[in-house]
Design a protein around this ligand. Structure first.
Ligand code: UDX
Length: 458
């Protein structure tokens, strides 16, 4: 242990000296990224673009075969180009041989999935399997950087599990804040880099890895392990609360005759509130917010703390989806039994094919329970939704969905829905009734059809 500390101090002194005379070291590091999901693949390709030599690893042979053939298994704007560019440059490669990669590379990012278990806690099986592999195959000192979203306190447990001091391994928490659909853009324009480690030498190596961002004055926040993990969960839960708050204010605006867009604009002009994340919708969804908000509440419960605001936010989000269904039934006049509901948008937000925890799932299931027939269209997410809700009619175009329908419900803010000529709805739909949960229908068209178009919050 003493020798490790001495070695660390020597390197630290050298590093500190070097930093005084240069801005941030632009050294190329050899990095392994384990897990090639949307976080791992974007991080791996992004780090390669920053000038590092990256090997992305996954146990899914099919996925790695595809990547080696130049096929990108997920849709993410700009990812295709980024991967191809760096593969061609020779700075990015793919492998399934986790043991070999661990033996060869000393900086390892873990970006494997941490799905929710039925009780809401995160399933750490994949993270722990990687940690075991690192323990078994490490013969040199390693930095293990945890990008996977893990419950607060996990990195400490992983450090114990791996017996860090004896194995000369340092565990670092380095949470990601990438939005789906904008993950590449977010990687290169981060709001902050958060690094959780108590070891100065390893913190400096992280600074070297992210040097191009530091040069752009992007904040680099170095905290202890647990705080870094907490930042990730507290941020996501806060954003979920913000969205849920604006959704409830939108309900109120509808009830009292105010306009949510005016209200959100007025609120957002206050710097303390900010104008982002104030767009009402059918309820938040996606892989992160629902999972992370629930996991945060569980962690807090285990620590003896009741997170009442986040708990209410999860409840209010459920209720908001129900509100959308009730509004639809109301607009149809005499309920939904025997009616045909057209749904535009299945993805949990635009620019992704992801339907995980999408509000569309609960909303469509409630329509079906009420005896409605559902026809749906989404430019990208149909195939994924078919796996979750197979018993509705999927159409090839947005116009086809409208045919013989009684009501149109817009759930995702795709650009093509904004460009539709809503005055032509009468040509398609039985009786014009639209529930616009995403502010997609232009205000003038909504005004012309004020009795049949309901815009959430207006
Ligand atoms: C989120 C976080 O933003 C990101 O930092 C984290 O790393 C992962 O989780 P993402 O899941 O891609 O990213 O979705 P995001 O764009 O944040 O939206 C989450 C949900 O909130 C979506 O359902 C979206 O439609 C909804 N939303 C967001 C609104 O309804 N209104 C808003 O104003 C913003």
């Amino acid at each position: 242990m003493l020798s490790i500390i001495k070695k660390r101090e020597c390197i630290l002194l050298f590093t500190a000296f070097f930093l005084v005379f240069s801005s941030h070291a632009h050294e190329s590091c050899k990095i392994a990224v384990i897990g090639t999901g949307y976080v791992g693949l974007v991080t791996g390709a992004g780090l390669a673009e920053l000038g590092h030599n990256v090997c992305c690893v996954d146990i899914d042979k099919k996925k790695i075969d595809q990547l080696q053939q130049g096929i990108i298994p997920i849709y993410e704007i700009g990812l295709d180009e980024l991967v191809h560019k760096n593969v061609n440059k020779g700075t990015l490669r793919f492998s399934t041989d986790i043991e070999k990669v661990i033996r060869e590379i000393d900086i390892i990012f873990i970006a494997v999935g941490t799905p929710s278990m039925p009780d809401g806690r995160a399933d750490l099986t994949a993270v722990k399997a990687v940690i075991e592999a690192i323990k078994e195959n490490s013969h040199t000192s390693k930095i293990v950087c945890v990008k996977s979203t893990v419950p607060i306190g996990t990195c400490r447990q992983l450090a114990q599990m791996i017996d860090c001091d004896n194995h000369n391994i340092v565990i670092i928490s380095n949470p990601e804040f990438l939005r789906e659909g904008f993950a590449v853009q977010d990687f290169f324009n981060p709001s902050r880099i958060v690094v959780g480690t108590e070891f100065t030498e390893q913190a400096e190596i992280m600074r070297t890895i992210y040097a191009p961002f530091l040069d752009k004055n992007i904040p680099f926040l170095c905290t202890d392990l647990v705080s870094a993990e907490a930042i990730k969960y507290a941020s996501n839960a806060f954003l979920a609360v913000k969205v849920t708050y604006i959704n409830e204010i939108a309900q109120l605006c509808s009830a009292v005759g105010a306009n949510i867009n005016a209200v959100a604009t007025g609120m957002g002009l206050d710097d303390r509130i900010g104008n982002k994340f104030l767009s009402p919708g059918p309820g938040f969804g996606g892989y992160c917010f629902p999972k992370d908000a629930t996991a945060l509440v569980r962690t807090a419960e285990e620590a003896g703390v009741a997170l009442r605001v986040v708990t209410s936010c999860i409840e209010a989000n459920k209720h908001h989806k129900h509100y959308i269904v009730q509004k639809t039934a109301e607009l149809c006049g005499d309920g939904l039994c025997g009616k045909t509901v057209a749904v535009w948008g299945l993805a949990f937000k635009a620019n992704t094919d992801d339907v995980r925890e999408s509000a569309a799932i609960d909303i469509i299931n409630e329509f079906l329970k009420m005896g409605a027939t559902v026809k749906a269209y989404d430019p990208m997410a149909q195939e994924n939704m078919k796996q979750i809700i197979p018993n509705i009619l999927y159409c090839d175009t947005k116009e086809q969905v409208l045919d013989c329908s009684d009501v149109l419900v817009i759930l995702t803010e795709w650009q093509e829905f904004k460009e539709f000529d809503y005055d032509r709805l009468v040509d398609y739909i039985n009786r014009v009734a639209v529930i616009d949960t995403r502010d997609v229908v232009p205000a003038v068209a909504a005004k012309r059809n004020v009795n049949s178009i309901y815009k959430l919050g207006c």
